[in-house]
Design a protein around this ligand. Structure first.
Ligand code: CMP
Length: 133
């Protein structure tokens, strides 16, 4: 079943010049880029996008990181996009990242982890609306 998901190339990966390599990984894995834009999070947008994490111990670090530089947002399409993007992205925890995943290659710590991907069709719809309107 064809699905959509939102993907973000986070500020550390844009800053390090790895955006092109990440887009190539996505396309080589069969994802079609339907829309793409570069923008910078502000605190208000971060609080809306990461509403489920507001109040958690790590949230202030997450907001400060997401507002630290440009992000590239993409709407991706593929059969089973949600499952496949989570596999390609890799785990949030550095010690659990499989070799060859985007976060293993272009992530650093738990916060500056290179990328974000929607984890359900419902979240994909919500996140696409927030970033692309
Ligand atoms: P992301 O997939 O964008 O979703 C929430 C983000 O919070 C996560 O990637 C990380 O950048 C950040 N984060 C920082 N610490 C944690 C943590 N302990 N658990 C989950 N996410 C964290």
């Amino acid at each position: 079943m064809t699905q959509l998901c939102l993907f973000l190339i986070k500020p550390n990966a844009v800053e390090d010049g790895n955006a092109g390599r990440i887009i190539t990984m996505l396309e080589d894995d069969g994802f079609r880029v339907l829309n793409m834009k570069m923008f910078t999070f502000n605190p208000e947008l971060s609080r809306e996008f990461y509403a489920e994490h507001l109040g958690k111990e790590f949230y202030p670090r997450l907001e400060s990181f997401m507002c630290s530089g440009p992000t590239i947002g993409m709407i991706l399409e593929k059969d089973n996009a949600i499952h496949d993007i989570r596999e390609l992205l890799g785990d949030v925890k550095p010690e659990n990242r499989k070799p060859g995943t985007i976060r293993a290659l272009y992530g650093k710590g738990i916060t500056d982890n290179g990328g974000h991907a929607s984890d359900s069709p419902e979240h994909a719809e919500r996140e696409i609306k927030i970033i692309f309107g």
